[in-house]
Design a binder for this molecule. Structure first.
Ligand code: FMN
Length: 189
C-alpha cells in the first residue's frame, strides 16, 4: 500500500476542485491510499507529512507565485528539512490561475525548488497536448502545454468547478501518472 497526500491551499475553491480531481486519478491505481489535506491545517503539524510516500502540492497562482497560505505551509516544514525526513519521497505540483499563462510557471518553480531543498524527487506531467491529435482545445488533455507540473485555468469569479473538460481530464491523468510512478519506482509493480 502506498500513501499519497494531496496538499493544497485554495482561496476561492478552484484549486480545491482540482485537488479532488487529481485524487480521483491517483486513487484509481490499486493499493493506493490518497488523503486530501489543507495546507493551512499542516502549518501546526507539518510532521504529519512524514507518514506519506508521495505528495501532490497545489496552490493558486497569486501575483505569479504560490499564495501566502501555501508559503506559510512551506515555511512550517523547516524542522523536516533539518532532519531530512522527506528525502527521497516523490513530489509533484499543480496550480490554477485565471489567465491562460498568468505566470503559473513561477508557481510551479517555487514548489519545485521547495521539493529539491527537501531532497524529494520531482515528477512532471508527461501528457502530450491532445489538441495536436485533433481533440477540440477545451476537451484536450494538457491543452495549456505544461510538463513541469499541472496547470489549469478558471475565471476568477467563475464557480469553483468551472473548468474545461480538458483540464479535469488532465487532473485525473496527472494524479494517475503520479500514483503509477510511485508504485514503479518503489519496485511494487
Ligand atoms: C491576490 C490574487 C493574485 C492573483 N494573481 C494572479 C496571477 O498572477 N495570474 C493569474 O492568471 N491569475 C491570478 N489571480 C487569479 C487566481 O489565480 C484565480 O482566481 C484562481 O482560480 C484562484 O484559485 P482558488 O479559487 O483556488 O483560490 C490572482 C488572484 C488573486 C486573489
Amino acid at each position: 500500500m502506498k500513501r499519497i497526500a494531496v496538499v493544497y491551499h485554495s482561496a476561492h475553491g478552484h484549486t480545491e476542485h482540482m485537488a479532488f480531481s487529481i485524487r480521483e486519478g491517483a486513487q484509481g491505481v490499486p493499493d493506493t491510499e490518497v488523503h486530501v489535506l489543507m495546507a493551512e491545517d499542516l502549518v501546526a503539524r507539518p510532521e504529519a507529512l512524514a507518514d506519506y510516500d508521495g505528495y501532490l502540492f497545489g496552490s493558486p497562482t497569486f501575483f505569479g507565485g504560490v499564495s501566502g497560505s501555501f508559503k506559510s505551509f512551506m515555511d512550517a516544514t523547516g524542522g523536516l528539512w533539518r532532519t531530512q525526513r522527506l528525502k527521497g519521497k516523490l513530489a509533484a505540483g499543480f496550480t490554477v490561475s485565471s489567465l491562460p499563462a498568468g505566470d503559473k510557471q513561477s508557481t510551479l518553480m517555487s514548489m519545485f525548488v521547495f521539493c529539491m531543498q527537501h531532497g524529494m524527487l520531482w515528477v512532471g506531467n508527461p501528457i502530450l497536448p491532445e489538441q495536436h491529435a485533433g481533440v477540440p482545445y477545451d476537451e484536450a488533455a494538457n491543452r495549456l502545454g505544461s510538463w513541469s507540473g499541472l496547470m489549469a485555468q478558471a475565471g476568477h469569479s467563475a464557480p469553483a468547478d468551472a473548468f474545461t473538460d480538458g483540464d479535469i481530464k488532465t487532473a485525473r491523468m496527472f494524479g494517475r501518472n503520479f500514483s503509477e510512478t510511485l508504485h514503479r519506482v518503489s519496485g511494487a509493480n
